[in-house]
Design a protein around this ligand. Sequence first.
Ligand code: CMX
Length: 133
Amino acid sequence: MKILKIDHLGIAVNSIEDGKSFWTDALGLHFEGTETVEEQKVTTAFFPVGESEVELLESTAPDGPVAKFLEKKGAGVHHVAFRVENIEEALAELKEKGIRLIDEKPRKGAGGAKIAFLHPKATNGVLVELCER
Ligand code: CMX
């Protein structure tokens, strides 16, 4: 498995509209617009930072994973995403190593990326996403 870089840091917010001014006005990051990923019941907003990005996540449904996270923990860091060279290969290797996967096969994420999550119980409590683009 080859990890190329931290692709993005996912941050759960109650509202992208309300939350984005810190990232744009205070930090001066560029707001690239929003994209809704229906399958994940989430709207995303990306802010490039060097070779990585900050991703704000707003839920589109009360039963979505980000809504559940906000209800339990409140706004804050939600996941870290590593860009990998080959996601199928990475998942197979992690499975072989006994790491609990949430997604056995990649799904479609924001920007058309192939993504898959590892279970927080297997990663010291941090939700880890693998992504290939
Ligand atoms: N960070 C750390 N722990 C988390 C967590 C997170 N973000 N989300 C959930 N957990 C914990 C829960 O607290 C729970 O712990 P306990 O068992 O101790 O209560 C455990 O993990 C299981 O959580 P759950 O919500 O009950 O389990 P689900 O199987 O319903 O959800 C999960 C699995 C975490 C993958 C899902 O909730 C989730 O967040 N999916 C990712 C959605 C997402 O971010 N999509 C954006 C994609 C856009 C893109 O990047 O392209």
